[in-house]
Design a protein around this ligand. Structure first.
Ligand code: T46
Length: 135
C-alpha cells in the first residue's frame, strides 16, 4: 500500500539544525496533542491498533525506527530515520512500530486529544470494519 510523508524544512546554520512544525501548514491538520516515545527496550514492538478518526504525523527526531502500515489488504514497512520527514497516518490504517534504535525519540503530532474509544485494538475487528474477512 502507498503511504504519505510530509517534508519539513531544516533551518540549519553553523550552530546546528532547527525544524519548525506548524499546524495546518507543514502539518496538514490542527495539532491538539504531541507525545513522544523514547528509551524503548530492545526487541519491543508497539502499536498494534488502528484509529477511527485520528490523524497523526510521526517524526523520528533522533535515531530510527520502523513502521508497518496495513490497510487490511497490504502491509508496507517504512523506515523513519530523518528529523525532516514525517509519516502521515490518516484513514483507517493498522500500525505497528518496531526496530527502535537505542537513541530513538519518536515524536507524534495528533489531531485530537487522547481518546481510548477511537482505538481499534483487535485486528479481526479492524478487518471487519474495513469490510474484509479475517483469514
Ligand atoms: C499511535 C502510535 C503511533 C495516553 O494516556 N495518552 C496518549 O496521548 C497516548 C498516546 C497514550 N496514552 C496511554 C494509553 C496507554 O495506556 O499510554 C499508554 C500507552 O499507549 P499505547 O499502548 O497506545 O502506545 P503505542 O506506542 O502502542 O501507540 C501510540 C499511540 O497510542 C497511538 O495512537 O498511533 O503510538
Amino acid at each position: 500500500m502507498s503511504f504519505k510523508t510530509v517534508s519539513f524544512k531544516c533551518i540549519g546554520d553553523d550552530r546546528g539544525s532547527l525544524v519548525a512544525l506548524e499546524a495546518n501548514k507543514s502539518v496538514p491538520f490542527n495539532i491538539k496533542r504531541v507525545y513522544y516515545i523514547y528509551s524503548t527496550k530492545d526487541g519491543v514492538s508497539r502499536g498494534f491498533h488502528a484509529h477511527q478518526t485520528l490523524k497523526q504525523v510521526a517524526v523520528c527526531v533522533r535515531g530510527s525506527c520502523r513502521f508497518v502500515l496495513d490497510d487490511g489488504k497490504q502491509k508496507t514497512h517504512i523506515l523513519l530515520d530523518d528529523a525532516t520527514k514525517g509519516l502521515l497516518i490518516e484513514d483507517l490504517i493498522w500500525r505497528e512500530m518496531y526496530d527502535f534504535s537505542h537513541d530513538c525519540v519518536l515524536m507524534v503530532l495528533a489531531s485530537e486529544y487522547y481518546d481510548e474509544s477511537d482505538y481499534i485494538r483487535d485486528y479481526d475487528e479492524f478487518l471487519k470494519i474495513k469490510g474484509y474477512q479475517s483469514q
